[in-house]
Design a binder for this molecule. Structure first.
Ligand code: AHR
Length: 497
């Protein structure tokens, strides 16, 4: 069956905020220790950072990284992670039942960000702590000097302020698994007072308030309404989190899950705007999708983990070809909601439900999900165009395919990201291109596809699933035609004149 859709150069949805392609680094499992930092590793630099990992992070081109949690932040004393490393306390981390050595903290993270060519996005602890510790951290990070906390930073060898712009007000505060779980009105009031003090300390910062920790929470909707009633005026973004899994082995249903992510976003927008309307506010609250990924492979093995280890191998999902298709679908959803989703953080970056894996003392390699993320991050900056027409649906997979179109910032390139969800059928894609002038031509069509949907990349076989270029896509007159292999992630690059 042939599907014809239309793209019109004037029919813009929104510019893409580059922060849509952010990442997340938590003190969890081997993310920090033996992931980002491993003194003595053959690739370690003078700071002990693994340069093989830094190279891969730069390849992903993540403009912002959320830190230090996640659930971890709800029990974190940020003061434990600054100053002389030898004097830092080892602590029990109750979020992940691990031992935290605190040899990596705020200043190390800032240095790592510089080397990774990214910006920090910090979360403050609103579980076991509150507004006072949060405003002190803003002063420590962002105030130039001449006060207790800023001079403490300077005494730690960091003269220039870090200028951290984006701050998360706690993490998943509605969850029973969270240290210091709160009711919506308790949390909303705490978020308001914390944001107020943080912004009084540095008026240039932006704050993100916790939405429900997932759409499946019984209180989803009411939580957002009650929290935002308390703090709408003091926050800039509402956070959303989602993780998908193929627990029942139903691949078509799994591939369709990114469509419910779109619904989740639409519902969150409605909730923000309803509270704004009830308060006669014209300023909109935008969305920060600051945790999203596939996460289920490691659930059973994690239940057997011995507690209180330093950097235990937790949440080490090894991703398959089909996971990469779901991740690609999620990226398409984020792009098609770029008018309101301004920040996205793939959770996470290294070893922990991550595109990058490492072996302690060994190599670093790209998981299957690395490729759609890297390709979208590197080709998806610019302006998202609306797609005209209707994508046909089947009972099995819902929409037969998912598609997003981004015109580059310079206007000289159009990139299409397409997931063909049909398991056995090649998709003949026909797209009418309007208003792009003469001479549009397909310069590259890459495909991520594997006959075995369970194929994965491992240290022994790191290139089992990699993108390849195919030919045959073309533009004739106003029509772009391409054939997309079954169960594939596609990136079509079109030069515009
Ligand atoms: O990313 C892993 C965990 O998932 C985070 O710590 C938490 O916020 C979420 O539940």
């Amino acid at each position: 069956m042939t599907t014809t859709l239309t793209l019109d150069n004037d029919y813009e949805l929104s510019p893409v905020d580059p922060r849509l392609f952010g990442g997340f680094a938590e003190h969890l499992g081997r993310h920090i220790y033996t992931g980002m930092v491993e003194p003595g590793h053959e690739t370690a630099d003078a700071d002990g950072f693994r340069t093989d990992v830094l190279e891969l992070v730069r390849e992903l081109n993540v403009p912002i990284v959320r830190y230090p949690g996640g659930n971890f932040v709800s029990g974190y004393n940020w003061e434990d992670g600054v100053g002389a490393v030898e004097s830092r306390p080892r602590r029990l981390d109750l979020a992940w039942h691990s031992t935290e050595p605190n040899t990596f903290g705020t200043n190390e993270f800032m240095r790592w960000c510089e080397k990774a060519n990214t910006e920090p996005m910090l979360a403050v602890n609103l579980g076991t702590r509150g507004a006072d510790a949060a405003r002190n951290l803003v002063e420590y990070c962002n105030h130039p000097g001449g006060t207790y906390w800023s001079d403490l930073r300077r005494s730690h060898g960091v003269a220039a302020p870090h200028k951290v712009k984006t701050w998360c007000l706690g993490n998943e505060m509605d969850g029973g698994w969270q240290m210091g779980q709160k009711s919506a009105t308790e949390y909303g009031a705490l978020a308001r007072e914390t944001a107020k003090l943080m912004k009084w300390t540095d008026s240039t910062i932006e704050t993100i308030v916790c939405g429900s920790s997932s759409r499946e929470m019984a209180t989803f909707g009411k939580w957002e309404w009650d929290v935002l009633q308390e703090c709408y005026e003091n926050v800039d973004y509402l956070s959303l989190h989602v993780y998908y899994g193929n627990r029942d082995g139903n691949t078509p249903r799994f591939l369709a899950k990114p469509d419910s992510m779109a619904q989740f976003i639409d519902e969150a927008i409605s909730l923000c705007d309803a509270v704004g309307a009830s308060k006669k506010q014209t300023r909109k609250i935008n969305l920060s999708f600051d945790e999203w990924n596939v996460w289920f492979h490691s659930n059973a093995q994690d239940k057997k983990m011995q507690p209180w280890q330093v950097a235990p191998p937790l949440l080490e999902d090894i991703y398959t070809m089909e996971d990469a298709l779901v991740l690609g679908g999620m990226l398409i959803t984020l792009l098609n909601r770029a008018d309101r989703v301004k920040i996205g953080c793939l959770a996470q970056l290294v070893n922990v439900i991550a595109p990058i894996m490492t072996a302690p003392g060994g190599g670093a390699w790209r998981q299957t999900i690395f490729y759609p993320f890297a390709q979208a991050s590197n080709n998806g900056r610019g302006t998202v165009l609306r797609v005209g027409g209707t994508i046909p649906e089947t009972k099995e997979v819902g929409k037969k395919f998912a598609l997003a179109a981004v015109r580059s910032e310079q206007g000289d390139k159009l990139t299409l990201f397409v997931v063909n969800r049909e398991m056995t059928e090649t998709l003949p894609l026909n797209l009418t291109l309007r208003g792009f002038g003469d001479g549009a031509s397909v310069t590259k069509h890459t495909v991520l596809q594997h006959d075995n949907l369970k194929a994965r990349n491992t240290e022994a076989e790191p290139f089992a699933v990699v993108p390849r270029e195919i030919t045959g896509a073309s533009v004739t007159g106003e029509t772009l035609s391409a054939r997309l292999p079954p169960a594939s992630w596609n990136v079509l690059e079109i030069a515009l004149r």
